[in-house]
Design a protein around this ligand. Structure first.
Ligand code: BJW
Length: 248
C-alpha cells in the first residue's frame, strides 16, 4: 500500500501503455464549480434542465438561458484547476498513449496542463449561431442578450451540447476509439447517467480494459469496476499518481 492506494492498482497504472480517462463534473467540484446531480449542491437541484439545457428552452426564452450560462461562465472564470486536474496532467506525461475525454465544458483540464482534451459536451467559453451552428470567434457585442451572429443575425448560443442534441462527431469517434483500444480506463467524478458518455466505460470493460472508478459516491458503474476509489478526486488522484510513479 502507498498512501492508502492498493499496490495492485498502482502497479496496473504504472504498467499501462494506453490509458483513457473520462471525467465529469465531480473533478471540478473542488475548484468550486457546481456538479449537476449532487443532492443540495448540484445545478439540477436548483434549476430544471428542460428550462435551460435544451434547444427548445433556448427557443422559448433565449435571454433566460443566455443569462444562466453567463452566470456559469463567471463561476468558471473565477475557478482554478485543482490537485485532481494537475495529477491527470502528470499522468499524461508518464503514459505512452493517454486520451483525456471530458464531459465538462469548463476548460479546467487544459488550464491544469492536459493537452489535446476530447470535449464531448463542448466548451462554455465558445459561442455558436443558433441557426447555422457556426462558431463565433471572440467575445460578441454585449449590447443584446443573447448577442447576434455577425454573419446572419440569429441569436448566439453557448457551444455546448444540450439534451437531445448530437455530440460533436469527431470527439465522440475519438472517445469511442480510445475506449475500445486502451488497457486501463478511468471514470472520474461522473454519475454515469448521461449517454452516450456513460457507455464509454462499459465499452472499455467489454474490450478487455481494467476499469477504475474514482468518485465520492457509488454510481451504476461501481459494481462493474475492477477498482473503485471512493472519495474526492482532488485527494485520490495525486495519491494514485504518487503511488504509481513514486520517484516523481
Ligand atoms: C465527485 C466529487 C469529487 C462530486 N470527487 N467525485 C440512452 C439511454 C437513455 C437516454 C439516452 C440514451 N442516449 C441518449 C439519451 C438521451 C440523453 C440522456 O443521456 N439522458 C439521460 C439523462 C437519461 N442524452 C442526450 O440527449 C445526448 N445526446 C444524444 O445522445 O444525442 C443523440 C440522441 C438524442 C436523443 C435521443 C437519443 C439519442 C446529449 C447529452 C448532453 C448532456 N448535456 C449536459 C449539459 C452540457 C452543457 C452544460 O454544461 O450546461 O452535460 S447535462 C449534464 O450532464 C452535463 C454533463 O456533462 C452531463 C453529465 O454529468 P456529470 O458530469 O456526470 O455530472 P453529475 O453531476 O451527474 O455527477 C457528478 C459526479 O461526481 C457524482 O457522481 C458525484 O458523486 C461525483 N462527485 N464531487 C469525485 N470531489
Amino acid at each position: 500500500m502507498s498512501g492508502g492506494i492498493d499496490a495492485r492498482l498502482a502497479g496496473a497504472v504504472r504498467r499501462a501503455q494506453r490509458v483513457a480517462v473520462l471525467t465529469g463534473a465531480g473533478i471540478s467540484a473542488e475548484s468550486g464549480i457546481p456538479t449537476f446531480r449532487d443532492a443540495q449542491t448540484g445545478l439540477w437541484a436548483r434549476f430544471r434542465p428542460e428550462e435551460l439545457a435544451t434547444p427548445e428552452a433556448f427557443e422559448r426564452d433565449p435571454r433566460l438561458v443566455w443569462d444562466w450560462y453567463e452566470w456559469r461562465r463567471g463561476l468558471v472564470a473565477a475557478a482554478a484547476p485543482n490537485a485532481g486536474h494537475r495529477a491527470l496532467a502528470r499522468m499524461q506525461a508518464r503514459v505512452g498513449r493517454f486520451t483525456l475525454i471530458t464531459q465538462n465544458v469548463d476548460g479546467l483540464h487544459q488550464r491544469g496542463g492536459v493537452t489535446d482534451v476530447v470535449e464531448l459536451h463542448g466548451n462554455i467559453h465558445r459561442n455558436k449561431c443558433f441557426a447555422e451552428g457556426v462558431v463565433c470567434e471572440g467575445r460578441p457585442d454585449e449590447g443584446e442578450r443573447p448577442p447576434r451572429c455577425p454573419r446572419c443575425g440569429a441569436p448566439l448560443r453557448p457551444d455546448v451540447v444540450w439534451f437531445g442534441e448530437s455530440l460533436p462527431a469527431a470527439a465522440l469517434a475519438r472517445a469511442e476509439a480510445a475506449a475500445r483500444d486502451c488497457d486501463l480506463f478511468f471514470s472520474i467524478g461522473t454519475s454515469a447517467a448521461v449517454y452516450p458518455a456513460a457507455q464509454l466505460p462499459v465499452t472499455a470493460l467489454q474490450s478487455g480494459a481494467i476499469l477504475v472508478e474514482v468518485n465520492k459516491d457509488p454510481t451504476p458503474l461501481t459494481r462493474l469496476a475492477t477498482f473503485s476509489l471512493l472519495g474526492p478526486a482532488g485527494d485520490l488522484l495525486p495519491r494514485l499518481v504518487g503511488a504509481a510513479w513514486p520517484a516523481e
